[in-house]
Design a protein. Sequence first.
Length: 95
Amino acid sequence: MRKIILYGTGTWGTCPPVKEVLSENNIKYMYVDICESVGKLKQFLKIRDTADACKEIREQHRAGVPCMVIDDEVIPVSGPDHMQKLIDEYHLKEA
């Protein structure tokens, strides 16, 4: 079984719709709300600040959520349509 983690927050516009796409597709994942605690924010920032996939996000001084980690691969998610493409690309319905 693949380990799927979605980092986000309910106050960021694209996060709730991305969660909805995952739920509609019956994808099992762990959700980490980075605004819930300083520890969860630090956990996310460590990933964002070190992952090659987040280089452009860092250079543009963006927050970088929603962001998904599939197994050990970090993938910034640009919105619900992108999430649907990732579900297909990574065969997450089979996970």
